[in-house]
Design a protein around this ligand. Sequence first.
Ligand code: BGP
Length: 486
Amino acid sequence: MSKSKNLFPSNFLWGGATAANQCEGAFDVDGRGLSSVDTIPSGSERMKISRGEKEMLSCQNGYDYPSHEAIDFYHHYKEDIALFAEMGFKCFRLSIAWTRILPNGDDDTPNEKGLAFYQSVFEECRKYGIEPLVTIDHFDTPIELIKKYGGWKDRRMIDAYLKYCRAIFKRYKNLVKYWITFNEINMLLHMSYMGAGIIFADGEDKERVKYTAAHHELIASAKAVKLAHEIMPDAKIGCMLAAGQFYPYTCSPEDVHDALEKDRDNYFFTDIQVRGKYPVWALKRIENAGINLTDIIADGDREILEDGTVDFVAFSYYSSRCTTADPEIFAKHAKPGNAVFRSVINPYLKNTEWGWQIDPLGLRITANSLYDRYNKPLFVVENGLGAVDKIEDDGKIHDDYRIDYLKKHLISLRDAINIDGIPIIGFTAWGCIDLVSASSGEMKKRYGMIYVDKDDNGKGSLKRIRKDSFYWYKKVIATNGESLEI
Ligand code: BGP
């Protein structure tokens, strides 16, 4: 086997990633409207609500809503971006909160205060030579549109989304080059409310709802790509999926086939965003679910999909997944009920404190699968370790476990680049500054290289503290990855 060189491309976009709802706070400030995530509380009902199995469209007494304050990036962004610059970031991934721009989701006139906020954020990034990478919709459906349309169940969401895109493309065309249409678009299948503002009515045909909503998002994404290219000819606009290859639990053909099918659940979206058309198996799946294709795919939609293919494929990777066709083995080894992806435990891998399995080589395997499938540049826009951090008596945070995780994943990524030859645009570590966990709503599940003093009860000074991983990542970036071996 050839030996990997210590090289990342010279223009590799090293950086970190966040999402508006998990870091900004200031949920009702400067004209911002309410968004789906603002009504998802922390605690035992979070998963049910995120999955669309329980309705909560307003903030209710007795619940704690972590997005309301989060880490108050809204008022700390200058300090935070300065810390990113100190680490040497070349790129900062963030999302725009749709309802800061259009408070009701489809207003004719954008909210100037919202537009001005992100303009200032992007200018701050540019000041340090940091390239912003913007997610247009990161788990963020305006509540008013959920009330009016039932979220992405309804085709009229496409026009609202396009109105929002037009406003931000026009305003930021000289500040932002890299865009992503939807964060983890396949999350619509797993966390339907969080991902797409969908609440399932009693007895509703879930399959039909999901395929319909997926089609609407895919049309919206394709139209956004086209619009972006019209308004910003130099822009690069990508899709994004929650990736992680499914491994068969055994080499039985049934398990191998099951893994193929499970991967297809997730590829369903990116296959269309990259290739501009539904794969044959996807059309059959819809038909086999008892749905007429013409109920979902309108006249002209095929052309829209063809005209709006993406420039790059972004993905998050935290772990590989594992599956078996045998229901008994599945039940015996299944990950606990709260896991976002239904998967069995892979006995060859270790777990994080939250039961996410650690598989650095899986990142290389996943990148290879994606590149073989799509032949488009890839962008790793999320990866990292959620862990409990402790402030030592000397005031420091010795997060060597996080360094170990990131180091192994970056070495694997470097192999994907150097041994496999895959073009990778960059790597943005998830939650480069501690923020609210999407799945659990906790603060104590920390990913950051920068610690934020805030606990699960909402208490804390919000002070930012550099962890050991801060200095480690700074060196990795300064040496363009060469220090990884040391
Ligand atoms: C992805 C989301 C992020 C982020 C991350 C980590 O699914 O795009 O928003 O939160 O996962 O997950 P968690 O916060 O649940 O640990």
